[in-house]
Structures are given as structure tokens and as C-alpha cells.
Design a protein around this ligand. Structure first.
Ligand code: OGA
Ligand code: MN
Length: 200
């Protein structure tokens, strides 16, 4: 098995400081080009296996209408991203005593017109999601294509985050956020760093 290291573009000190000050951070240019290509190929080859994302309230009012595919060991490139997030989790645990033990992830595809309404990933601390991460893996994104992540930081300031290719948005799972309706196909991996059963 290949040794896994945190990519050089991941500035751990900055990540820790941003999380401490704002409860969220952005990692741009997260991965090298050859890895992105492999990941995009793996994602698009599996698009026909994506299923409607589950959360709905009531019969007709949808909270989200994107499509997802849970990631397991068969998706080897996506798995490498999860392994990298596990390494980062060790640093977060060391610094903030977060007790992260597990990473759970799915690909998500928002086709034109799809969105995810205002929500928290860990409402009332009902699950063990501690940190949420979203990696954007479409190859291009223009400012007028919608699909922004709107996030309220821990100081209650709102941020509008472009889903820039090769960017990771990382935030406390208890923060309020939404995905604005996309006008083009928007591809991502959402991964949650969880304090669940021990896997390290
Ligand atoms: C989620 C989510 C944000 C995004 O999957 O829970 O809020 O920018 N995603 O895709
Ligand atoms: Mn969310």
C-alpha cells in the first residue's frame, strides 16, 4: 500500500487557526492534477449508480434533491481522499481533542436546478458528526453558475463560498448552511469526521 501524506498545499497551522477563530476553513488547490483526473473519472463512471439523497420533509416539500453515492473500498481514488482526511483528523484530535475516529463520505451530484436547503449536519448533536468537509471535483465552475455554499460561521457571520474546482470547505458540523440551486452539474465529495466507532 502507498504511504499517505497530507498534500503540501494543506497548511495545517492555517486550518487549525481558521477552525479555532471561525469554525470553518477553505483548502484551495487541494490535490495534484493527476489525482483529480482519476477521481473525476471514478465519479463520472459511477454516475448511473447515484441515488436520490434521502432527506425529505413531508410528502412534497423537498429539502434537497441532489443525488449521492456512498463511498466504500471499491472506489479506490475516493478512498484515498478519505485516508487523507483521516490523517488530518489526527491533527485535529491532537489540537482540539475532538475525538474523531471515523470518516464517512459520499459523492454528490447536483444537476441543474438542484439544491440543499438550510440545515445543520448534526442537528441537536443527534449524531456523531464533528466536522463536515466538501471537496469540489467538477473541472470548471463559473461565478454565475449558482451552486454556492452559504455558511454561517461560529461568530454568526454569513459566507458565500464558490464551489471552486479542487477546493475543500471544512466546517463544524453544527453550523447552519445551504447549497444554492446549481445551474450546471456540480460534483463533490461530502465527508464527515465522526467521533464514532474506532477505526484508527
Ligand atoms: C451536505 C452539504 C454542502 C456543499 O452534503 O450536507 O451541506 O457545498 N454540502 O455541497
Ligand atoms: Mn450539509
Amino acid at each position: 500500500m502507498e504511504a499517505i501524506f497530507l498534500p503540501k498545499s494543506w497548511n495545517v497551522d492555517q486550518i487549525l487557526e481558521d477552525l479555532d477563530q471561525h469554525g470553518f476553513t477553505l483548502i484551495d488547490d487541494a490535490y495534484p492534477h493527476n489525482y483529480i483526473q482519476a477521481l473525476v473519472a471514478e465519479c463520472t463512471a459511477n454516475l448511473n449508480h447515484f441515488r436520490d439523497a434521502a432527506i425529505q420533509s413531508g410528502v412534497m416539500t423537498k429539502i434537497r434533491n441532489d443525488h449521492i453515492l456512498w463511498i466504500n473500498e471499491d472506489l479506490e481514488h475516493a478512498q484515498q481522499h478519505i485516508d487523507t482526511l483521516k490523517l488530518l483528523s489526527q491533527q485535529l484530535n491532537r489540537h482540539f481533542y475532538l475525538g474523531i475516529k471515523e470518516v464517512e463520505a459520499h459523492f454528490a451530484c447536483y444537476n441543474a436546478g438542484e439544491f440543499y436547503a438550510l440545515h445543520r449536519d448534526n442537528p441537536q448533536q443527534k449524531n456523531d458528526r464533528v466536522i463536515s468537509t466538501v471537496y469540489y471535483l467538477h473541472e470548471d465552475w463559473q461565478a454565475d453558475w449558482g451552486g454556492e455554499l452559504r455558511l454561517q460561521d461560529k461568530n454568526e457571520q454569513w459566507h458565500t463560498i464558490q464551489p471552486k474546482p479542487n477546493r475543500i470547505a471544512l466546517f463544524q458540523s453544527d453550523l447552519l448552511h445551504e447549497v444554492i440551486q446549481a445551474k450546471q452539474q456540480r460534483l463533490s465529495i461530502t465527508a464527515w469526521l465522526r467521533s464514532g466507532q474506532n477505526i484508527f
